[in-house]
Design a protein around this ligand. Structure first.
Ligand SMILES: Cc1cc2nc3c(=O)[nH]c(=O)nc-3n(C[C@H](O)[C@H](O)[C@H](O)COP(=O)(O)O)c2cc1C
Length: 235
């Protein structure tokens, strides 16, 4: 069985808060699903710099983003190597934090040959906001669109908090951690859905990679699967 690399991207500029609380459960559940083949890695954007795309379009000629004076390449390489990506993202002004948006703009524009290569990563989304109907859905719709644009496969969570990812409300002024310790009903549901998302991501990635390995020649002949074929390797 092929190994599975699961990358968790913590999209909060703050260390170890709600986004990280959720992501840890998802990554642990992913690893526990098939410990002998799953390798998890956590990347936090906290303290990192991602300059915005300035639409120079040089990546279309170069095949990579020409800006190298920030942390973009470090995360891009981890993103490219991953079979599955779990984003855990706070809601900022009904959207995602600008640091992560800059990364997504640049990875979206610079890694796909002619924008047609299907990366075939399995993706899952976790988000938290301090209110009700205060942007969790916008964040998840955006991230689902990012997955589709990159030729990836988005995975939903678990009813009632996980339709197109897992959307949490932070029981402000309590932290999610404190609320979970008190078995707050919503936070318990969030954790349950988050774990399920981590598990489903691994199961779908296993299906995808074993199917890919069996159909390697077909994929090579048809084009548009280079990013996936690179991860399948020759084993
Ligand atoms: C600049 C900024 C904008 C925010 N905008 C929203 C918002 O539109 N909707 C919402 O529910 N929460 C909003 N929040 C609250 C955060 O989404 C929430 O506290 C989140 O859980 C923080 O994640 P973290 O603890 O991982 O940093 C905002 C917070 C900040 C700092």
């Amino acid at each position: 069985m092929q190994s599975i690399q699961v990358l968790g991207i913590c999209g909060s500029p703050r260390k170890n808060k709600s986004s990280r609380f959720m992501l840890d459960f998802a990554l642990e559940a992913a690893e526990a699903t098939a410990p002998e083949i799953v390798k998890i890695e956590l990347y936090s954007i906290s303290g990192k710099t991602f300059h915005p795309c300035d639409s120079c379009h040089q990546c279309e000629r170069l095949g990579y983003c020409r800006k190298t004076d920030d942390d973009f390449a470090e995360l891009r390489d981890k993103w490219l190597a991953a079979d599955a990506v779990i984003y855990s993202v706070p809601v900022y002004h009904m959207g995602i934090p600008s640091q992560l948006k800059s990364f997504i703009d640049r990875v979206g524009h610079s890694v796909q040959e002619g924008f047609n290569d299907r990366a075939l990563k399995v993706m899952g989304f976790l988000t938290s906001g301090s209110g009700f109907a205060s942007g969790q859905e916008s964040v998840m719709i955006f991230l689902n669109s990012h997955a589709v644009m990159m030729g990836c496969i988005p995975i939903g969570g678990l009813w009632p908090v996980g339709y197109i990812g897992v959307g949490a409300r932070v029981p402000y002024p309590k932290t999610m951690r404190a609320a979970y310790a008190e078995q707050d009903e919503h936070t318990v549901e969030v954790v349950k859905a988050t774990k399920e998302l981590g598990k489903q991501i691994v199961l779908v990635t296993m299906l995808l990679k074993s199917g890919g390995a069996q159909n390697r020649e077909l994929l090579k002949q048809n084009g548009g699967f280079n990013l996936f074929l690179q991860r399948l390797g020759s084993s």
